[in-house]
Design a protein around this ligand. Structure first.
Ligand SMILES: [Zn+2]
Length: 288
């Protein structure tokens, strides 16, 4: 019973955190714009199942008591939730669930038009407008490029070619897997800090101390995840731009970035920790 409740709570917490992060990242989107309810529920059930199986294995094979685990649950399970779940579930199964979402439709027309730069990857159009494109998936049969409806409508075929080539660059160079590795490194740092630097425990602490532990735990994991993931993504964005320049023509990816900047009201120009500025990206494409 404990196993079921704990895995339920963690699966739920993860979904909430991910949704908040997605909303912060895209800003223009509302909470439930991404995918339909059916996808979210399936996503949740799969996480719950994976977590439950994981805790059951720990319980039966390694012999941890669930209650003891709760004492150190942040330390122990963050590692495994991050590493095991994100690898097994997030990278392998979740793209399959996402590609079946009714807000996405596969576009064989676009696949035909851009087949010379796709290398067999699939294209999906998202019904919502959000000035962005994504590459998702690690497994060969579950890789794809997601384009928003707005991009498809507002970009010229050449600009779209530049964008698609950039996303294909992420897929061909295994960037999703590299981002995952960066995540593992960040989690390992969080683990090191919360075990050796400042041991974090929640076992039988007064509420204000438990609160302090929670804040410290959040910082130990949150800061490395934020900085290492962002800096890794920054390097990979440069690489995908250069790849797109070679594959589809430098002028097309540059035109696409300029259009994206225009569509986003100058967000691409500004850049952030994870994305170089427009100027830096264009300079990188030209010199590659
Ligand atoms: Zn990119």
């Amino acid at each position: 019973m404990d196993l079921i409740v704990i895995s339920f709570l963690f699966a739920f917490a993860q979904i909430v955190v991910e949704l908040i992060m997605q909303v912060i990242a895209t800003r223009t989107l509302k909470f439930f714009d991404f995918f339909s309810w059916k996808t979210m529920i399936l996503d949740f059930l799969f996480r719950w199942l994976v977590l439950y199986v994981f805790y059951a294995i720990i319980y039966f094979v390694i012999g941890f008591q669930v209650v003891d685990m709760f004492g150190n649950i942040i330390v122990f399970t963050s590692i495994f939730i991050g590493v095991v779940l994100v690898s097994i579930y997030g990278y392998a199964l979740k793209p399959i669930i996402i590609f079946r979402d009714k807000k996405l439709s596969r576009s064989t027309n676009h696949e035909k038009t851009y087949q010379d730069i796709l290398f067999g990857n699939k294209i999906y159009i998202h019904t919502k407008n959000f000035n962005n494109a994504y590459a998702i998936g690690i497994l060969k049969f579950a890789k794809g490029v997601i384009l928003s409806n707005e991009l498809v409508e507002k970009m010229s075929p050449d600009e779209l070619k530049g964008i698609i080539a950039h996303e294909v660059g992420h897929l061909k160079r295994n960037h999703i897997f590299k981002l995952y590795l960066a995540f593992v490194v960040a989690i390992a740092i969080g683990y090191f800090c919360s075990v050796y630097v400042f041991p974090i425990t929640f076992a039988k602490l007064p509420i204000h101390e438990a609160f302090q532990h929670a804040i410290k735990g959040g910082i130990f994991y949150g800061v490395p995840i934020w900085i290492i993931s962002s800096l890794t993504q920054r390097v990979l964005e440069y690489e995908a731009d250069a790849y797109a320049g070679t594959l589809a023509g430098k002028e097309h990816i540059i035109a696409a970035l300029n259009k994206l900047d225009e569509m986003s009201g100058g967000k691409v120009s500004q850049g952030n920790l994870a994305y170089p500025t427009l100027e830096q990206r264009i300079a990188n494409i030209l010199k590659s």
